[in-house]
Design a protein around this ligand. Structure first.
Ligand code: DAH
Length: 347
């Protein structure tokens, strides 16, 4: 009878030796030790115990226990080995090398134009200007009419306009309509002084060159109060240049014409002529125009709700991209919107 047990043990060990995968090991275990629902071969052998006579039973029982223990021990050892091998196979096949450096996460940042607008806004905020935004899509009336530019006025040629399908609705060609909106909204019916800047995008149906884009930012400025003179405008612009460009922020005022200011000026910042870039940007003059400006026309003040006999004010419309070009030595205004990472990543 003991032969049965010896054969069982030998066969089981041989088979275990051949089981190379977790699945094969599990099958082996199921075959010899069974599961909750079915008996395995070891249990079957044990069951023969009851059919044996006295002294044989004792020897059989002892041997059966030995076999059971030997097989259990062999199983545990084999299972450990196979699991280890499985893991190693998975590691090399799955090529997960935890020591490899990770892929760098590229972080976003503010567009140079936005950084620049914030910087300009900060300078004016320090000088007591509030920051206000007015809409990009404007009415013809706001963009032109209320700024003293009648429908057939030849000065309209100064702004090549993008029209929409809705009659009387356009993309603003400058931030100046914000003058009317801020006077009406914050002037309390022409009774309170205001001092604000209005940064934002403008659109012009224009030839794109190194100096001018068809989409660009402007920073409109407006100050309305009693006894405001051209000297205040000059003071504000000079102080802005000093804070923005430092000691070498030399600027000049040139007389000009705009329908909504009287008198009108243009403000230039000095670049010099010592490089080809400067010659090109300044059209050979050494000066780069950064802003239109002037004393607000009485008609415009009236349209904003103020009595021009009592109130006066100055306004300006600055090109912040031009300011940034001066500040960072940027050659071409088109760089701002061409989405070239080599440019953008420098800021
Ligand atoms: N809006 C003018 C332009 O885009 C610039 C300008 C000139 C704005 C004079 C002003 C100003 O506020 O007073 O050409």
């Amino acid at each position: 009878m003991l032969d049965t047990l010896n054969t069982l043990e030998a066969t089981a060990l041989d088979e275990l030796e051949l089981a190379n995968t977790s699945q094969a090991i599990a099958n082996w275990n199921w075959k010899y030790f069974g599961s909750k629902r079915s008996k395995g071969a070891v249990d079957d052998a044990m069951r023969q115990l009851g059919t044996l006579p006295g002294e044989e039973r004792k020897a059989f029982g002892k041997r059966a226990n030995e076999v059971k223990q030997a097989l259990t021990a062999a199983f545990v050892a084999r299972e450990h080995l196979v699991k280890q091998a499985d893991l190693e196979a998975q590691m090399s096949a799955g090529s997960l090398d935890v020591t490899l450096p990770g892929k760098p996460v590229s972080r976003g940042r503010l567009h140079p134009s936005s950084q620049n607008l914030r910087r300009i806004s900060n300078v004016f905020a320090q000088m007591g200007f509030e920051v206000y935004r007015s809409p990009d899509v404007e009415t013809d009336e706001m963009n032109f009419g209320l700024l003293n530019i009648a429908p057939e006025h030849p000065a309209r040629d100064m702004w090549d306009t993008f029209y929409t399908n809705t009659p009387g609705v356009i993309l603003r060609t400058h931030t100046s309509p914000g003058q009317i909106r801020s006077m009406r909204e914050f002037g309390h019916g022409g009774t309170k002084p205001i001092r604000m800047i209005l940064p934002g995008m403008c659109y012009r149906y224009e030839q794109v060159t190194a100096r001018s884009e068809m989409q660009f930012n402007q920073v409109e400025g407006i100050a309305v109060g009693k006894n405001i003179t051209l000297a205040d405008l000059k003071g504000a612009m000079s102080e802005f240049a000093r804070r923005m460009f430092g000691g070498n922020g030399k600027i000049r005022f040139r007389s000009s014409y705009f329908p909504f200011t009287e008198p009108s000026v243009e403000v230039d910042v000095f670049l010099g002529l010592d490089s080809e870039r400067n010659k090109m940007l300044t059209k050979g003059t050494g000066w780069l125009e950064i802003s239109g400006a002037g004393m607000i026309h009485p008609t415009v003040l009236r349209n904003g709700g103020y009595d021009p006999a009592v109130w006066s004010g100055f306004a300006f419309g600055m090109g912040p991209e031009r300011v940034a070009m001066r500040l960072h030595g940027i050659n071409d205004i088109r760089s701002f919107w061409s989405n070239d990472l080599r440019f953008l990543e420098q800021f």
